[in-house]
Design a protein around this ligand. Sequence first.
Ligand SMILES: CSCCC(=O)C(=O)COP(=O)(O)O
Ligand code: MG
Length: 249
Amino acid sequence: MALTDLSAKVVLVDIEGTTTSITFVHDVLFPYAKANARQYLSETWETDDTKQIVEELKQLPQYTEYASTLETRPEINAAHIADFSRYLIEKDLKVTPLKTLQGHIWAKGYASGELKGHVYEDVAVAFQAWSDAGLRIAVYSSGSVAAQKLIFQHSIAGDLLPLLSAHFDTHVGHKQQTESYTRIAESLEVDPQHVLFLTDVPEEASAARDAGMQTVLLARPGNAPLTAEHTSSFPVVTNFVALQSLKQP
Ligand SMILES: CSCCC(=O)C(=O)COP(=O)(O)O
Ligand SMILES: [Mg+2]
């Protein structure tokens, strides 16, 4: 089954584990956010945007859990919120206000050149080929839309942003919920059956498939191993080029 046989009009890509290595996210992006959270929060503490992020962080159930581990009642300041952000990052919690904050922090690193977005070497080639073939390319990641734009604009393969036509983050819903994919298809004004979703997470593929999308799993180096049940339930490829000669499971 070649990509063209999938009758896709939109290719919807996940980022971490799909276009980009998990190692880059965990060993470069997360440490950068942890190291720079306090400074960012101090510098922007009085802005409406940061006030909103802080409010949303404090509403998270994990905040009550975190605060209960502290010996004294904390003062709500940049240092305390930075500590809580680091706690969330260490647990790899993909919660919306943390992802918004991370995107803002990474912006400085990309602007200075300290950060360059990792993409696998087949990604730019595939994006160009899909775009040339008239397919739209959209992104759905737990990373904020701002963070998605940064990783592709400042990628090691150059500026890939012009090839992308839409971005979705957890504001549309969580990635393991079917309704999120229904909303994405509605927003793209396309029948879900004409969307091909590429991800490394079987539960995300399952949710997208339940919404009527076509789904393919990526088995990139360093991704969590797929079980026999996963590989019998979904087509699996190791890179985007392999989509051209995809075999049904
Ligand atoms: C948008 S780049 C940062 C990656 C990130 O923070 C993240 O949570 C990626 O999750 P994904 O849904 O792309 O697997
Ligand atoms: Mg992923």
